[in-house]
Structure formats: structure tokens, C-alpha cells
Write a protein that binds this ligand. Structure first.
Ligand code: MG
Length: 229
């Protein structure tokens, strides 16, 4: 961030940024697709994170069969994937993120959540796990968006909802498609590599800064904040 920045708000992605839910998504996609004879590596979940379920399923179908899945096949696979995800324990906060949130709150910055997720229980758990940090009216979720990441739409909606200019916000993302979305919205975008991808993938997606963990970002946050005032 630089002197053109006047930071007022931090826009958080949810899966892989606030909650350590990605390993469960990866296992759920892998096992569901495997049960249907479809090839998919668990790590691919991280590359496609942010796509709609149909988007991910059709990439797998195109690769294997050279055609899209039918709407019924998409519905069936997504229902099974959701069930597989639900067999895992409840995801816990990403290590280091509560410490980061405390600093951001103390600085008087607005906190928003911008996620493609439509998991109502996770959205409610945000309020439970991070008391005083988030409110439902400062969230952009699958219920608000039409297009979703990597389109800039969700982050543009967050700017509008928060009454913010792009240079008054910063995005925190863990996934390449999420980084693309934040960058396309014209917002300074910090990538935190909380999964197994090569960090270069996040830089190639356009991230302005890359951190190897949430603890690392939390340690450097004060410096970043001061450079934005
Ligand atoms: Mg994410």
C-alpha cells in the first residue's frame, strides 16, 4: 500500500482465509467425483476455489468426456459433495486470523466478508467464532451475487455496500480466482497462501503482496496499516 491509499475497510474472503475449511472441501470433491468415476486431484480444489459447483464439475466433464454435465448430473454431484463436506467436523478459524482481526478492529477499520459460499451455518458461525467482528449486513455471499469470482462483481458490491472507493479498501484472499476478482475490482489485494498451492500461482493471478501464512500477515499488519494512512 502507498500514500494514495486511505485505508478504511478490510474485505475478507471466508474459506481458507477466516475458516480452515478448504481441506474438507478438497476431500469432499475428490471422494464424490471418484465415486462417479471422475478423475480429480484434491489439490485441484484450491485452483478452482471460488467457481460455482457447476463450473468445477463441467471442467472435469469437459476434460474427461469432452462435454458439459447435464443439469441433473450437476445437481446430483453437488448434493453428494455437500453431504460429504457435512460429514467432516465443523471447520475452525485459520490460525493467526483472530490476532489479525483484533488489530484491524483496534484501528477502527470496517470488516466485511466477501464469499461465494452459500453455507448458512458457516455464515452464522462467523458471528459466533469472531465475536464483534462481523455483521450480516456487511457480508456479500452467494445470496447476494449473480456472477461470482473471478468476476469483480462480489468485490464491487462490497465497495458499494460499504460506501467505499477502491483505494479505501484492501482484499485478503487465499485463492487465485479470488485474487483475480479483487484485482479486477481495482482493490489492493493481499494473497495469503494457506493451502498447498505454489505461491507463484497467487502472484500470477495478480496479487499485490503474498504472505506464506496468516500469522505472517498478522505480524506485518501494523507496518502495512501505517503505510496506508
Ligand atoms: Mg478462499
Amino acid at each position: 500500500m502507498n500514500h494514495n491509499h486511505h485505508l478504511k475497510a478490510v474485505l475478507f474472503d471466508m474459506d481458507g482465509v477466516l475458516f480452515n475449511s478448504m481441506p474438507y472441501h478438497a476431500e469432499a470433491w475428490y471422494s464424490t467425483l471418484k465415486n462417479h468415476g471422475l478423475y480429480f486431484k484434491p489439490e485441484e480444489t484450491y485452483l478452482h476455489e471460488g467457481r460455482t459447483a457447476a463450473g468445477t464439475i463441467n471442467i472435469v466433464y469437459q476434460r474427461q468426456y469432452g462435454k458439459d454435465a447435464t443439469p441433473e448430473e450437476v445437481r446430483q454431484l453437488y448434493a453428494e459433495k455437500t453431504e460429504a463436506f457435512g460429514r467432516h467436523p465443523q471447520p475452525l478459524p485459520i490460525e493467526g486470523v483472530s490476532e489479525l482481526l483484533e488489530q484491524i478492529k483496534d484501528e477502527g477499520l470496517m470488516r466485511m466478508v466477501v464469499t461465494g459460499s452459500g453455507q448458512n451455518d458457516l455464515l452464522e458461525r462467523l458471528i459466533h467464532y469472531f465475536p464483534g467482528m462481523f455483521t450480516r449486513d456487511r457480508m456479500i455471499t452467494a445470496f447476494e451475487t449473480k456472477i461470482g469470482k473471478p468476476n469483480p462483481e462480489p468485490y464491487l458490491m462490497a465497495l458499494e455496500k460499504g460506501g467505499l472507493q477502491p483505494n479505501e479498501a484492501v482484499v485478503i484472499e487465499n485463492a487465485p480466482l479470488g485474487v483475480q476478482s479483487g484485482v479486477a475490482a481495482g482493490i489492493f489485494t493481499i494473497a495469503v497462501n494457506t493451502g498447498p498451492l505454489d505461491g507463484q500461482v497467487l502472484l500470477d493471478a495478480g496479487a499485490d503482496l503474498l504472505f506464506p501464512s496468516m500469522q505472517a500477515l498478522s505480524r506485518d499488519w501494523k507496518k502495512l496499516y501505517e503505510s496506508s494512512q
